[in-house]
Design a protein around this ligand. Structure first.
Ligand code: ADP
Ligand code: ZN
Ligand code: ZN
Length: 731
């Protein structure tokens, strides 16, 4: 009996397998050349868009459904990108169909064709040539026709030569004198503009990167303002000169119009940006332009790591330590790590840059897996800021600000400079407390083992919001427990600091910048633009730590980092140290020297001490030693299975059944099922099973065996569950 060839189709459904279909009726038999093509298929009562992941065979073709229609004449995905996506699906143990859906821009995911990326040009028709002498001399139609007399011109070119061309073009079109024609978008040759002459450390880094042949990971470890971006730009210019494409990943808040303008000006070529501020069609067009090799430089946030690069020459991950590279739900991938996988598959150099490299990357550099390039001085004339620690124990504080700090803020403002006040707490106050009975406003849907999670006070004390589940409520008029009216916001958030600073420095603008005020991408830039060069105060969360250059900023005050010193999260110290160094790096970026003041109730804290006196690398050494002793990443490899459901017993039963399925002698250590550090969030009971192994291979061998069973467990359908390989935190 001969088996009938079938299409094995990856579908965006949370099931681990591919699905067999017959080709659309009347079409040719399936072949390997179909792999990577999309088609529409019936699935249950729905229609889905899937992608051919391989060719199978069936002995019972009568039992199979036929696909409805092909969506691509030729494979949309292929080569390196498809191979890397297959690798990712295996690594995070996610269905390939869901990985592909995540990697594709929305219109392509929905089945729309690859969009046009061609440009438009205008040309004279025969009628136009004949009619030209009849146009009034010096009129706009006549000038436009004269421009086109030598042949078709691209719209950008016409625009540059005649800014008021659109109206006459319509007039000529009506008379049949001109026509608009599609022309292939060709990448114009890059004309890089020279930047500053590199200093010796930059020069060494540029030479190492441009000399790399094939895959080569680099850690570009340079203090803030040391000229890392200059190194990227020179390496990209070299890559463009070889006729190759470059991809640059930046964190969510790093992709500013200012940064793009710098890239465009220096590289002398269109730079394509990919970020969440674009609409779906714009994203799809950039994707298509990259796939056709028309986009030579793509700069984007996390999901830009899925850009097709048929002529790749270089991958750059800026601020590689940034947490926004990890997707925290759905397909949980890490864009930096995936960039390394792609760099290897593409056989091109990968540059990871940071002033505060992740401990993972430092560990890899120390082990010799990455070439470690260091830039130890600020570029140009800027000097490193002076750091002072203020012990605020027993000091009278005004909304968290000590007299010395207030005096210093006043001094910098009077000198015409800008001051940044950093507090990593959005809202007005973290807690609403009844002064008479001790009641605090709880989130009804979130709690830890000891107490309900407090709601944060917002809106100058009028609204409550839960920062874990987003629930909102008005502030009650009186304490619901004792009826007292003595409800008081406790603790300090950015809103409260803003209010107080406005009172204390009425002659200066005070701008608050946090996720509440900068929901839109360009809001941060616009807010900063309103301040311009005038003296004033910026109050904000770590959103302020990056992006826009602030040459007038001379004082950074860090208020209340103490919460971060005592967190249960194993990465909390690393994150805190990175935030402190990054925010401190904002001070004195231009010729004005900068100061950084840290207020703390714990001046003797070992972490603070090491960081202030030894710098980030001393901190990282100490922290790596602790991680090694405790058996945490990067010395162990983790996978976290999370389950949530309204009844905790069901979540526990699911994870317990999975744990049962692990052979007793498996070397991977397992912890749990146990309640998540926040066991109730948004009304769901949350439990987790943590797997840990010193060797990646052992962990993945176990997951390979375990995950098919997870999908097959009867409980799996009653529970919201997920697997997070290399989790960033254990929450
Ligand atoms: P980073 O990316 O490390 O923060 P940048 O590349 O943005 O640093 O450089 C910081 C500032 O120093 C920028 O204004 C940049 O133009 C300038 N700069 C960089 N390299 C040099 C150099 N070799 N000489 C003079 N100025 C430089
Ligand atoms: Zn009360
Ligand atoms: Zn909540």
């Amino acid at each position: 009996m001969s088996s009938c060839p079938t299409l094995r189709i990856a579908l965006p459904v949370p099931l681990p397998q591919a699905f067999d279909y017959l080709p659309p009726a009347g079409g040719p038999a399936p072949s390997q050349a179909d792999v990577g093509r999309r088609l529409r298929v019936p699935f249950g009562s729905r229609e889905l868009v899937g992608m051919v992941e391989g060719i199978g065979g069936s002995d019972d073709p009568a039992g199979l459904k036929a696909a409805l229609e092909w969506l691509d004449p030729a494979p949309l995905l292929g080569g390196e990108l498809l191979a890397s996506l297959r690798w990712l699906a295996r690594y995070i143990h996610a269905p390939l169909g869901e990985v592909v859906a995540t990697a594709l821009p929305t219109p392509l995911r929905r089945g729309e064709p690859l969009p046009d990326t061609h440009g438009w040009a205008w040309e004279l028709t025969d009628a136009g040539r004949d009619g030209m002498p009849g146009l009034r001399n010096g009129s706009r139609p006549q000038r436009l026709a004269t421009l086109l007399a030598d042949g078709a011109l691209a719209e950008e070119v016409i625009e540059a030569r005649m800014h008021d061309w659109r109206e006459p073009s319509r007039a000529l079109l009506k008379r049949g004198f001109v026509q608009r024609v599609a022309v292939p978008a060709t990448a114009p040759p890059a004309r890089p503009n020279p930047g500053p002459a590199p200093n010796p450390q930059q020069q060494a880094a540029i030479e190492a990167i441009t000399a790399a042949n094939g895959f080569h990971p680099f850690l570009l470890d340079g203090v803030t303002g040391s000229g890392k971006t200059e190194v990227y730009l020179q390496a990209i210019a070299h890559c463009l000169a070889q006729g190759r494409q470059a991809l640059v990943l930046v964190p969510e808040i790093g992709l500013t119009p200012q940064m793009l303008a710098r890239f465009r000006a220096r590289l002398g070529i269109p730079v394509h940006a990919l970020h969440s501020g674009l609409n779906d069609n714009e994203r799809a067009r950039v994707w298509a332009a990259a796939a056709r090799g028309e986009a030579r430089v793509v700069v984007g946030t996390r999901s830009a790591v899925f850009t097709p690069l048929p002529q790749a020459g270089l991958l750059v991950v800026d601020e590689e330590h940034d947490g926004s590279y990890k997707q925290q739900d759905g397909i949980r991938y890490h864009a930096r790590d995936f960039a390394l996988v792609r760099g290897k598959a593409l056989d091109v150099p990968v540059v990871l840059g940071s002033a505060t490299p992740s401990l993972e990357s430092l560990h890899n550099a120390r082990a010799g897996r990455y070439a470690h390039l260091r830039l130890q001085q600020r570029a140009g004339d800027a000097r490193p800021p002076a750091v002072r620690v203020f012990d605020v124990r027993k000091r009278p504080l005004q909304d968290g600000l000590s007299p010395e700090v207030l005096e210093g803020i006043g001094r910098h403002l009077q000198a015409g400079n800008q001051v940044l006040v950093f507090k990593n707490r959005r809202g007005y106050a973290p807690v609403l407390l009844c002064h008479d009975c001790g009641w605090t406003a709880p989130c009804r849907r979130c709690s830890t083992p000891l107490h309900a999670t407090p709601m944060t006070v917002h809106g100058a004390g009028r609204r409550l919001q839960c920062h874990h589940c987003g629930a909102r409520a008005p502030v009650p008029l009186a304490c619901p427990d004792c009826g007292s009216l003595a409800l008081q916001p406790q603790g300090i958030g950015t809103e409260r600091l803003e209010e107080r600073l406005l009172q204390l420095f009425p002659d200066f603008p005070v701008l608050r910048i946090d996720r509440g005020t900068t929901a839109r991408r360009d809001a941060l830039e616009r807010t900063l633009a309103t301040l311009g060069e005038q003296a004033g105060i910026l109050v904000g969360t770590q959103i302020l730590a990056k992006g826009h250059d602030l040459p007038k900023l001379t004082l950074v005050v860090v208020v209340g980092i103490d919460e971060g010193l005592f967190s249960a999260d194993f990465r909390a110290s690393e994150k805190l140290a990175q935030q402190l160094i990054q925010v401190a790096g904002r001070a004195g970026r231009a010729e004005r020297p900068g100061e950084v003041w840290l207020q703390t109730h714990h001046p003797d804290n070992a972490l603070l001490h090491t960081l202030v006196n030894g710098g980030y690398h001393a901190f990282a050494e100490a922290e790596l030693a602790q991680r090694e002793a405790a058996g945490f990443p990067p010395f162990a490899h983790l996978a976290l299975l999370r389950a949530e459901v309204r009844q905790v017993e069901q979540a526990n039963a699911f994870l317990a059944a999975l744990k049962q399925a692990i052979p007793a002698d498996d070397p991977v250590e397992r912890y749990g099922p146990m309640p998540a550090p926040m066991p109730r969030r948004a009304g769901f009971q949350r439990t987790q099973l943590l797997l840990s192994a010193p060797q990646r291979r052992a962990l993945h061998a176990l997951l390979d065996a375990l995950m098919p069973q997870a999908y097959a467990l009867p409980q799996a359908r009653r529970v919201r569950w997920s697997l997070d390989v290399d989790p960033m935190d254990l929450y």
